[in-house]
Ligand binder design. Structure first.
Ligand code: PLP
Length: 377
């Protein structure tokens, strides 16, 4: 049954029981203390995960709503530069094309390093706002936010970072890195249900907020309502999702941010070890600045196999992993290891994947399950 599948996707991720339980509650007023306290709990925890002193604003809408809010409130009518090495980098560019006076793509092949030289020349040419995806989910590559932040500061440009699959799973230091606007989505590393986005904004970005933001995604309006006592949102929010996100944040707080990041790193390391043992290639081409993602691993599908058969075998064993998007379909598979994931789910996933690799005719070098288990115990 679909609802019994173990989701090892780069979002949505399985929900802890406590998170599911709070969504069964009776409705509450969104202009009252209980809602305000839930929002305040979310903000307290998210600040730590974002690495910022600024209070993130929570929007009812998926991660893309957060991306659009960032571009529309800070890039509208301005010259924007978009760093691209995967699907979500492309999405930022597509959004930029709707709002910017000029949207300039700085393209690299999916899963290959960003062009920092290309960024510098765009900034020399007067681009005022830059977008970058920190953890490019489509390709399993982690992009150098600190380096990009430094370059943006040097040219006094605003830096928008999509942290949708890094925040809550990997180290993010928005303030130290010079990130002006950071975005997260609820259904990825935070292990909350889909449908909420959070956006943090630096003081220097607030000084440059556009005069005519969109109505529903008007971030100054979100800010004005968030400083009320109790905290509020401008319009009726998705209240059950707020309560669920609050519970997810309390779970994160109980685990501790450092422990949570260390756990994600441990899971990622084990998957990479398995890929190596299988004799498969990692998809991203990394360098000294770019690294493999610690929240999703992208590896090449064994030659001779295709996406449907390969993932179909894994799915028959009750586990859903992700394929490649767009032109990477049939070329790569992706294992999400974000959220509440720990050794039992990971080992089951690696066992099912290993079974698919072998039954589709690939000779593995050695058992990836064995290799990973050594690291997970
Ligand atoms: C999932 C994701 C998003 C947002 O997608 P939604 O479907 O709108 O939640 C944005 N950026 C990255 C890197 C993602 O992985």
């Amino acid at each position: 049954m679909e609802d019994e599948l173990l989701l090892m996707l780069p979002g949505p991720v399985p929900l802890p029981e406590r998170v599911r339980a709070v969504m069964a509650r009776q409705a509450i007023n969104h202009r009252g203390a209980e809602f305000g306290n839930a929002y305040a709990d979310i903000v307290r925890v998210l600040k730590g995960l974002f690495g910022t002193k600024n209070n993130p604003l929570v929007i009812s809408g998926s991660g893309t709503a957060g991306m659009e809010a960032a571009v529309a409130n800070f890039g509208k009518g301005r010259k924007m530069a978009h760093l691209i090495n995967g699907k979500f980098g492309e999405r930022m560019y597509t959004i930029g094309q709707r709002y910017a006076s000029e949207a300039r793509p700085i393209e690299s092949e999916w899963g290959t390093p960003l062009s920092l030289e290309g960024l510098k020349s765009a900034l020399e040419d007067g681009c005022e706002v830059v977008t970058m995806v920190h953890n490019e989910t489509s390709a399993g590559i982690l992009n150098p936010a600190g380096e990009v932040g430094k370059i943006c500061r040097k040219y006094d440009a605003l830096f928008i970072m999509d942290g949708v699959t890094s925040i809550g799973g990997d180290l993010v230091k928005a303030d130290d890195w010079g990130v002006d606007i950071a975005v997260v989505g609820s259904q990825k590393c935070l292990a909350a249900p889909a449908g909420l986005a959070a956006v943090s904004v630096s003081d220097r970005a607030w000084d440059r907020v556009v005069k005519n933001p969109p109505y529903y995604l008007d971030l100054p309006a979100y800010k004005k309502n968030a400083v009320k006592e109790p905290m509020e949102t401008p319009y009726t929010p998705a209240v059950p999702l707020f309560l669920a996100l609050r519970e997810a944040c309390l779970i994160i707080e109980e685990e501790g941010i450092d422990a949570r990041i260390a756990r994600h790193h441990r899971m990622a390391g084990a998957v990479r070890k398995a890929v190596k043992a299988w004799g498969l290639e990692m998809f991203p081409q990394i360098d000294s600045l770019h690294t493999y993602s610690n929240t999703v691993t992208a590896a090449c599908i064994p030659t001779g196999s295709n996406d449907k058969d390969f993932r179909g075998i894994v799915k028959k064993l009750g586990i859903q992993i992700a394929g490649g998007q767009d032109h990477l379909k049939d070329k790569i598979f992706r294992i999400g290891h974000m959220g509440a994931v720990s050794a039992p789910e990971l080992l089951a996933t690696l066992a099912a994947t290993e079974y698919a690799i072998r039954t589709t005719g690939h000779q593995v070098r050695e058992s990836g399950v064995m290799a990973a288990a050594e690291d997970l115990g």
